[in-house]
Design a protein around this ligand. Structure first.
Ligand SMILES: Nc1nc2c(c(=O)[nH]1)N[C@H]1C(S)=C(S)[C@@H](COP(=O)(O)OP(=O)(O)OC[C@H]3O[C@@H](n4cnc5c(N)ncnc54)[C@H](O)[C@@H]3O)O[C@H]1N2
Ligand code: MOO
Length: 406
């Protein structure tokens, strides 16, 4: 191994801050039913006010608030019933002093009215007269024409993945297509002479089925990307460089797993250096030290460790934020978390980010140990605890934040 070492070890914080290829996916128009979780390329400005008319929020009577001042059960105000508003239609009658108009929830407030008294505080004791037993302030029981969305206001911001209520507000405003960043296409390349496709029935001694590509495709899809399986490349010199040249033109991000350690057959760093600029080779993270980041003519490339567990941990920390950024989102939606007490001490080295898999039961986070060659550790975990770069460890009994898997 002499002479072979990682040539630029960086911290994860440095990588997140410093490895920022400018590439963004192109913008496309999609209909609302395909827009969930997509990232708007620019803010969508409301074409008109919402709700667009002053609107009752209760069943009752539209009034002039001043006509209800001082009203009580003992001393009601008496108002003339001037008519009724019909749902989905313009009022045919206005409210004048001393009068009121029957209102359904969601109806258009008639001219002259500035509030709606709830039906519970009224009584129609005589035909044509309404008794009001509680006062209402101006603006009570109604919303203004521009109270949901004002003129020129943004319906949804740029750069934040669309959520279900966003789709509702866009629909309410009559916006039925939205300009979003295309899903980043992520070319997933596995390497290694021993790695064979998952549908291989009989394994020869030493062969392993490609576990990483399928799992990475799941993480990519979860983060709004489009996984593209780019096959398994042998350790033969030149093979990886050739495959990378083929996949780069159609990719927004390239992910290569294995071959980035310091072993004699580890070809990734050489192949990548031949076609791009290596930003770092070696990252201060456990697991995942043999990570490589490169810029291949503007397209980011992440070289992941061979162990599937390590590959998935690193992709979660670096690949996922990178993927969102490619799609125009700088602050991806945070994963769910929970607070739990740590069951035992955890050691770390200062300057290194540690990701520790845990189970969580009854508020206790129990670390799962085992070499990163064991993918089943990730399957058993409920989530992970981060030991931050400056820390030398975490103490048993401490309350920690567990990032949960969904
Ligand atoms: N002398 C040292 N040896 C190792 C070091 C080190 O620092 N010094 N680091 C270890 C760590 S940590 C890891 S992680 C691995 C990473 O090595 P590579 O990135 O070069 O990956 P490989 O050696 O090719 O593979 C490691 C392991 O993972 C299996 N593998 C690879 N690809 C797949 C796949 N797609 N699906 C399933 N399994 C896969 C492969 O068969 C190996 O067993 O290096 C350590 N060694
Ligand atoms: O860092 Mo390796 O990536 O620990 O398994």
């Amino acid at each position: 191994m002499s002479g072979r070492e990682f040539f630029t070890a960086r911290t994860v914080a440095e990588a997140l801050a410093g490895f920022r290829p400018a590439h963004r996916t192109p913008v496309e128009d999609v209909p609302l039913d395909a827009a969930l979780h997509r990232v708007p390329a620019s803010e969508v400005v409301a074409p008109s006010l919402l709700p667009g008319f002053p609107r009752s929020t209760v069943d009752g009577y539209a009034v002039r608030a001043a006509d209800t001042y001082g009203a009580s059960e003992g001393l009601p105000s008496y108002l003339d019933l001037l008519g009724a508003v019909t749902m989905g239609a313009a009022p045919t009658v206005a409210v004048r002093a001393g009068g009121c108009v029957a209102m359904p929830t969601g109806g258009v407030l008639p001219d002259g009215a500035d509030a709606v008294v709830m039906v519970e505080y009224t009584a129609e004791t005589m035909p044509g007269t309404v008794e009001i037993t509680r006062p209402v302030a101006p603006g009570g029981g109604m919303v203004r024409a521009d109270e949901d969305v004002a003129a020129g206001a943004a319906l949804v911001p740029a750069g934040r993945p669309l959520r279900a209520p966003d789709l509702g507000l866009l629909a309410a405003a009559g916006v039925t297509t939205v300009a979003v960043h295309a899903r980043p296409r992520v070319a997933i390349v596995s390497t290694g002479d021993e790695v064979v496709p998952p549908d291989t029935v009989e394994l020869r001694p030493g062969q392993v089925r490609d576990a990483t590509a399928s799992a990475l495709a799941g993480l990519v899809a979860d983060a709004g990307g489009e996984p593209v399986f780019a096959g398994i490349v042998s350790d033969e010199p030149g093979a990886l460089k050739n495959r990378l040249s083929e996949v780069l033109p159609d990719a927004d991000l390239v992910v290569v797993s294995a071959g980035s350690s310091v072993g004699a057959r580890d070809e990734t760093a050489g192949a990548v250096a031949a076609i791009g600029d290596v930003w770092c080779h070696g990252l201060a993270i456990k697991p995942g030290k043999p990570t490589l980041l490169a810029d291949c003519g503007g397209i980011p490339l992440v070289g992941l460790p061979g162990n599937p567990l390590s590959a998935l941990v690193v992709f979660g920390q670096l690949g996922v934020p990178l993927l969102w950024r490619l799609a125009g989102c700088e602050s991806p939606p945070p994963p769910p978390t929970t607070r739990a007490r740590l069951s035992r001490n955890l050691a770390s080295a200062t300057g290194r980010l540690d990701i520790v898999q845990v189970t969580v039961r009854d508020g206790v986070a129990e670390p799962l140990f085992g070499p990163s060659a064991l993918l089943s550790v990730l399957v058993r975990a409920d989530g992970y605890v981060v030991i931050p770069e400056p820390a030398t460890g975490l103490d048993a009994g401490m309350e920690v934040e567990v990032v949960l898997y969904r």
